[in-house]
Structures are given as structure tokens and as C-alpha cells.
Design a protein around this ligand. Structure first.
Ligand SMILES: Cc1ncc(COP(=O)(O)O)c(C=O)c1O
Length: 373
């Protein structure tokens, strides 16, 4: 038989799948998985349930229901002062994941280079612990005449880093100098703590025309299974994203879109309470881990906190440690080295998700504490 796609055949199973399977095998508390273990806001769910019974369940428009595009436009204005045309500058997708894929398809030609901040091919700028600061010389050196775009995840998974205004200004300056675009994965935009403010790169001078900004209702409403995302882009790029979307999934469930439109119009208190609740969970897990001998790096956003395993004097790397705690303490985390494509990744750091119920976090900490004693 002819061989299937060589590229995919050659890919291994992801660490998330491996660790989750191990967690099931050992009946471990899985703090490797980055999704909440409670349901999202009741009123948003009820809105979806009612909409399913009262509205059409047939294909919605290619770029999404107008009411959701209008809601995306309105929340961009409310939070960031961005003026987005709901008719031409928003494309609703099946999650941030599809928005990302469609945006890359929309912009890239063969031979183009992509600068990715932490992670994969081909021009990687590595950020380093403990503060994950943007190294200016490395960023400058990564740009070339072939640079088509910068791929930026802000707030960042797995580090919980929020890019500063100074760092974003540098990225913007280099983009202008090299006539590059940016695709900004900002799915954690509303999961930002300690009264810090998420700054979309798109809000910086001259960035509006060369930036695609991606959001996700899954993260904003703790409904990760809904897979409703939205790309916001200048009309010329949004048209191309829509063409890619047409060939990827074409549309996303209309009545989930309706409920997300309702959710995005929730008052500021919802967004503030949501971030505070998550920040309390971060603090709860962080102090528990610290007491258990696992001090944590700062996390300003996302679902994640990174712990340093060096102090435990465990004889092995982060991968072995995650396997060990799953098997013996029955708590699962993700080794940070799995996020790197380059050699010399740190091997003393592991990622824990704190978007879980308090009693689950407490039990995980209790189990890890017993491990040390
Ligand atoms: C940085 C980042 N981008 C995108 C996604 C995917 O978002 P969605 O579920 O809306 O496709 C995730 C999910 O974990 C993520 O961490």
C-alpha cells in the first residue's frame, strides 16, 4: 500500500497524551491537563441550551454569526480601545487552534520564515527562566529578509508570562523594519492576574494593519470543549483567513456562537471575578507546592504555574520526575522540556495546571508533600 503522510507518520505521541494515559493508569490527579474541572457560567450554558431549541441549527455564515462578530468587535473596543469592523475584520473559527492554522495558511508562502518565541521551527527565539525576558540580540538576529511573521503567544502557555510594553515595542519596531506580520495567540487574554493588564500587540502604533489577534471562548468562559475561537484582523487578511477557514471547517456550531456572543457582553465584573478566582487558585497551588519543596516561578496569566524540582534532589530529569510523581504520589504534571524543539532545554522545571477545584488542588499538594517525607 502507498505510504500515508510521512510527516505525520514520523511524529511521536505528544507528552500530553502520554502523561494523561499514565495518569489514568495510576489513577492520578491530573494537573497536566489544561482545562477546568467545573462547568462554565450557568447563564452562558442556559443561553446555548435555549438557542439550540429556538434557532436554526443549520450552517451559519462562513465568517460566523453577525451577532458574535459584533460582540467580538464590542469587547475589543471595551477592553483595548480597538475599532474592529464586525462585517469585514472578524472570522469565527473552531477554537483558537483553527484560527491559528487558518492565519498561518493565510499568510505563508513556501520559503517564508516564521519567528517563533519559544518552540518550533524555523527561527526560534528562546526565552529563559526565571523571568522569561525577551532577549533583544537574539530577537534582532532572528529577523531576516525572508521573515514573514512573528508568532507570539501572550499571555504565554506554559510560562504564564505577560509580555511587557517595552518588549512589545521592540517586537513592533523589528516588524516594521522588516515588513513582517504578527499572529498573536491571545487565548488567555482574560486570564491575567495581580491587576496586570494584557496589552495586545495590535494596539501598538502601526500594528493594526499587520497583526492578527486570536481569542478563544473556551478559555474566556471555561468551556474548552466548545471550540469557538475568533480571529481579528485587517480586512485584507481576514478575507484570506476566511478562505482558509472555508477549507478547514467552513463553520462552527451556530448556537454556541450565539451563547458566546451573549457571554462576551457580560459586564466587567464577570471578567474581573473570573481572573480573581483563577489568581486565588494559582496562589493556593503555588503556596502548597512551595511548602512541598517545589518553589514556583512567577505566573501572571494562563492556567499554569511552573515549579522548580531542583531542591528535591530527585535523581532524574523533569520527564522522569513527572513519571515518578504520577506513579508514586499519584499527581501528574508536564515536563517543561517537552515544550522545546532545541537541545539544552531546562530539565528542572515542570508545569502544573491550577484551573481545578480547590479540594483537588489541596489533595494534590497533600500527596506531593507526603512524597518528600
Ligand atoms: C496558547 C494556546 N493557544 C491555543 C489553544 C487552543 O485554544 P482552543 O481550545 O480555543 O482551540 C490553547 C489550548 O490549550 C493554548 O494553550
Amino acid at each position: 500500500m502507498k505510504t500515508a503522510n510521512n510527516l505525520l507518520s514520523g511524529l511521536g505521541t505528544t507528552i500530553f497524551t502520554v502523561m494523561s494515559a499514565l495518569a489514568v493508569e495510576h489513577q492520578a490527579i491530573n494537573l497536566g491537563q489544561g482545562y477546568p474541572d467545573t462547568e462554565g457560567p450557568r447563564d452562558v450554558l442556559e443561553h446555548a441550551a435555549a438557542a439550540l431549541l429556538t434557532h436554526s441549527n443549520q450552517y451559519p455564515p462562513l465568517t460566523g454569526l453577525l451577532e458574535l462578530r459584533q460582540a467580538v468587535s464590542a469587547i475589543n473596543r471595551r477592553f483595548y480601545g480597538l475599532e474592529i469592523d464586525p462585517l469585514t475584520e472578524v472570522v469565527v473559527t473552531s477554537g483558537g487552534t483553527e484560527a491559528l492554522a487558518a492565519s498561518l495558511i493565510a499568510l505563508l508562502n513556501p520559503g517564508d520564515e516564521v519567528i517563533r518565541l519559544l518552540g518550533a521551527t524555523p527561527r526560534i527565539v528562546r526565552l529563559n527562566p526565571p523571568d522569561w525576558g525577551l532577549p533583544e540580540p537574539a530577537l534582532r538576529a532572528a529577523f531576516s529578509p525572508r521573515t514573514k511573521l512573528v508568532l507570539l503567544n501572550n499571555p504565554m502557555n506554559p510560562t504564564g508570562k505577560l509580555f511587557s510594553s517595552r518588549e512589545l515595542t521592540l517586537i513592533a519596531e523589528l516588524m516594521l523594519q522588516h515588513d513582517a506580520y504578527a499572529i498573536c495567540d491571545e487565548v488567555y487574554e482574560h486570564l491575567v492576574f495581580d491587576n496586570l493588564r494584557h496589552i495586545p500587540l495590535m494596539t501598538l502604533p502601526n500594528m493594526r494593519d499587520r497583526t492578527i489577534r486570536i481569542g478563544s471562548a473556551g478559555k474566556t468562559f471555561s468551556l474548552t470543549g466548545w471550540k469557538i475561537g475568533y480571529a481579528t484582523a485587517p480586512a485584507a487578511l481576514a478575507t484570506l483567513i476566511a478562505k482558509a477557514h472555508q477549507n478547514l471547517t467552513f463553520t462552527s456550531p451556530p448556537n454556541l456562537q450565539r451563547a458566546v456572543a451573549y457571554g462576551l457582553a457580560k459586564d466587567d465584573a464577570y471578567f474581573a471575578d473570573f481572573a480573581q478566582t483563577l489568581a486565588r487558585k494559582r496562589d493556593r497551588l503555588r503556596s502548597g507546592l512551595t511548602n512541598a519543596g517545589l518553589p514556583c516561578l512567577p505566573s501572571s496569566g494562563s492556567y499554569f504555574v511552573i515549579a522548580d524540582i531542583s531542591g528535591l534532589e530527585f535523581a532524574g530529569d523533569d520527564q522522569a520526575f513527572c513519571r515518578h510523581i504520577t506513579e508514586t504520589a499519584k499527581v501528574t504534571a508536564i515536563p517543561l522540556s517537552a515544550f522545546y524543539d532545541q537541545p539544552n532545554a531546562p530539565t528542572n522545571l515542570v508545569r502544573f495546571a491550577f484551573c481545578k477545584q480547590d479540594h483537588v488542588l489541596d489533595e494534590a499538594v497533600a500527596r506531593l508533600s507526603r512524597l518528600r517525607s
